[in-house]
Design a protein around this ligand. Sequence first.
Ligand code: PGA
Length: 248
Amino acid sequence: MKIIEVKDYNEMSKKAAEYMLNKIKSSTQLNLGLATGGTPKGVYEELIADYRLHQTSYTHVKTFNLDEYIGLKKDDSNSYFHYMNEHLFKHIDISLDQTHIPLGTNENTQAECEEYENKIINAGGIDLQILGIGANGHIGFNEPGTSFQSRTHVVDLAASTREANARFFDRLEDVPKQAITMGIQTIFQSREILLLASGKAKQQAMAELFRGEVTESFPASILNQHPHTIVIADEEALQGVKKTTNSI
Ligand code: PGA
């Protein structure tokens, strides 16, 4: 893993957007893995600002989101489908049929998971995956203890994850208890990964990640074995990390 240390959330967002835009502009076909949550919002704002200024085209881009809550309809303001439309898709020239998010309302969740995994494989895999990280080390919604071999699957959300995400809902009870997420193996097979972290809430997770032990009890730790992962994190998030020669 390579670390790029930046000053703050704004700089993290700018650096990540710059990296993505270079890929988008230099490829004729690109499969982007996208994330939701607080972390990538600023990156999407940067992409939208760039689109307004330079009309960078996304017609050759396919997107695959990491996860979706089970039980929320697409038009629910807390669904990740809604999040992606509001925070990115409706502002750029990507056609919605090139965007993919697991469907949280499919009653046959198992079939939904298999179909989603196949869509990724049939598209040729993910070229660049954007990731946030949970305070407990989750990536996507893969909570501690998830097999490193996992593919897209249904998860029971950890209490700490539901509490962390309750800020987006009216009440904690409204946060769904389950989600569909790309598996750890699905994520690991992305050709490149950009993991973003900002702020104090991510300090412990960053310290644990860079301790270097690879263990299923800390899902993101598998990234220590990934050949092309870049971590873009701000000073606050990296406060507990011992700087090595890998840092820039
Ligand atoms: P956040 O979530 O970006 O809202 O902090 C990250 C995650 O849980 O993966």
